[in-house]
Structure formats: C-alpha cells, structure tokens
Design a protein around this ligand. Structure first.
Ligand code: HEC
Length: 122
C-alpha cells in the first residue's frame, strides 16, 4: 500500500514539474527570444511583433518581425557568424554564443513571419 502511495506522489510530482517546464517553454518568451535579448541583438534590431523595441536610432537596421519570410535558419546562422553576406556586406556583428544557441536563435527567427498587414493592425 505504501508503495502505491509513493508511486502516486512520484507521478504527480513528475507531472507538476513537467507541466511547469512546458509552460515555460511555450510562454511568450521562447528560448530563441531570450538568446536574442541576451546576445544584445536588440541593441540594434527591433522585433515589434514580439514586443522588442530597440533603442538604436539608426535607420538602416531592419525590424525582424517577418525575417522568416526572407531568410531560412541556415542563412541566418551563416550571416550572423559572417560566413554569408547580404547585399554584398557582412553583418555588422558576429554572434558569440555556442552552436546550440545559434541554432535555437536562428530557428526562432526563421519562425517569425508576421505579414505587413498584421504589423499595421498592432
Ligand atoms: C551593430 C548593430 C547590429 C547588431 C548588434 C545586430 N545586428 Fe543584425 N543587422 C544589422 C544591420 C545594419 C543589418 C542590415 C544589413 C543589410 O541589410 O545589409 C542587419 C541584418 C540582420 C539580419 C537580416 C535581416 C533582413 O531583414 O534581411 C538578421 C537575420 C540579423 N541582422 C540578425 C541579428 C542577430 C541574430 C543579432 C544578434 C546576434 C544581430 N542581428 C545583431 C545590425 C545589427
């Protein structure tokens, strides 16, 4: 009997922990967004679609709300590590994190496909 009760508690415990971690990753702060902020990308880029606004006043820096309609993750990874160019120019900043972070970041950016119309609604 005791065993069944501890088993029950164990299962509930796992359920709760799993529920929390799941909530975390599905919340409006995906891992890629966190890496984007932590890597100071936001010091230049806004992503208005996910509520990120840069303090930079420069006009030539694109908002990345719909970057996924222009580039795939593979290109983004190469571009921000300066192995690819855009309009014959390298990205002004090289990503310094791990390969894993780079992949998470690039996949997240690839998923951003807010259309111009949706942006205007905001
Ligand atoms: C020093 C300012 C600066 C920082 C910091 C910066 N970027 Fe950029 N980024 C730019 C500029 C300027 C361009 C436009 C380049 C062009 O169009 O030739 C750009 C372009 C891009 C593009 C292509 C956008 C498009 O619409 O084609 C991606 C993707 C990108 N940056 C990702 C990142 C990521 C990820 C980080 C953080 C690791 C980051 N950037 C940090 C200035 C910056």
């Amino acid at each position: 009997m005791k065993n069944i009760i501890s088993f029950f508690f164990l299962i509930s415990f796992i359920g709760i922990v799993y529920g929390f971690t799941n909530l975390d990753s599905q919340d409006d702060d995906p891992a890629g967004k966190q890496i984007f902020v932590d890597s100071k990308c936001v010091s230049c880029h806004s992503i208005e679609a996910v509520g990120l606004t840069t303090k930079s006043k420069k006009k030539n820096i694109p908002d990345l709300s719909d970057v996924g309609t222009r580039h795939n993750a593979d290109f983004i990874m190469k571009f921000v590590t300066k192995q690819e160019t855009l309009n014959d120019a390298q990205h002004p900043m090289a990503f310094k994190g791990s390969d894993e972070e780079l992949l998470t970041l690039a996949k997240w950016l690839e998923s951003l496909k807010v259309s111009e119309e949706e942006k205007k609604v905001e």
